[in-house]
Design a protein around this ligand. Structure first.
Ligand code: PGA
Length: 240
């Protein structure tokens, strides 16, 4: 795993945006795997600025998001579809018909996951997957467990994740307890992965990812088996 150590959140965001911008120039019709959460917001802002400056274009891009609460309306302010529209899609020239987020309203969650993976394959696979990391070492909503699931699926969220995400909701009771997530296999199929982490509260998870053996109890450790992962982090996430 390659590591880019940054002084702060702004540098981390710029480093991530530069990698995505490089791909957009090299392969304008690339498939991006995108992530939500507070970590990538600055990176998306930088990409919007580069778009506005005429440096990059999203007109031929297809995107697949990593996860989505279930059930949730796409118009719900905490849905990941809403987040992506607000933080990126509404501000760049991406064709929204080519932006995909797991369907938080599906009546058939058992088939939604496999269909999502099949659509990614049919699009040629993800060229670049953006990831954050949970304080508990989760990637997407692949939570620490005795076993992990390869494909996109619905999962129960752990109390730690519900607590961490409650900051975005009126109360902890309002946080959905289930979500769709790309599975570990779906994530590992991406040709390149960038994982963004900042702040001391991510240090334990980052340290475990880097230094522990691969374990399902820290799903991010599995990334060590991928040939092209770049960890972009600030010093606090890396060193505590
Ligand atoms: P965060 O979430 O960016 O809001 O910290 C990251 C994650 O849980 O994967």
């Amino acid at each position: 795993m390659k590591i880019i150590v940054c002084e702060n959140y702004e540098e981390m965001s710029k480093a991530g945006a530069d990698i995505i911008a490089g791909l957009l120039k090299e392969k304008p019709d690339c498939v991006l795997g995108l992530a939500t959460g507070s970590t990538p917001v600055g990176m998306y802002k930088d990409l919007i600025a580069m778009y506005e400056a005429g440096e990059i274009s999203f007109d031929r891009v297809t995107s697949y998001n990593l996860d989505e609460y279930y059930p949730i309306e796409p118009t719900h302010e905490q849905s990941y579809r809403y987040f992506m529209n607000q933080n990126l899609f509404d501000h760049v020239n991406i064709d929204k018909a080519k932006t995909f987020v797991p369907n938080g309203l599906t009546k058939d969650p058992e088939t939604e996951g496999p269909a999502y993976d099949a659509a990614i394959e049919a699009a040629g696979g993800v060229d670049l997957q953006v990831l954050g990391i949970g304080q508990n070492g989760h990637i997407g909503f692949n939570e620490p467990d005795d076993a992990l699931i390869a494909g996109t699926h619905v999962t129960d969220l752990t109390d730690n994740t519900i607590e961490a995400n409650s900051r975005f909701f009126a109360s902890k009771a309002d946080v959905p307890t289930r979500a769709f997530t790309m599975g570990i296999g779906s994530i590992m199929k991406a040709k390149k992965i960038i994982l963004l982490a900042n702040g001391e509260n991510k240090h334990a998870a980052v340290a475990q990812m880097l230094h522990d053996r691969i374990t399902t109890q820290c799903p991010a450790t599995i990334l060590k088996a991928h040939p092209d992962v770049v960890l972009i982090c600030d010093k606090k996430a890396l060193n505590g």
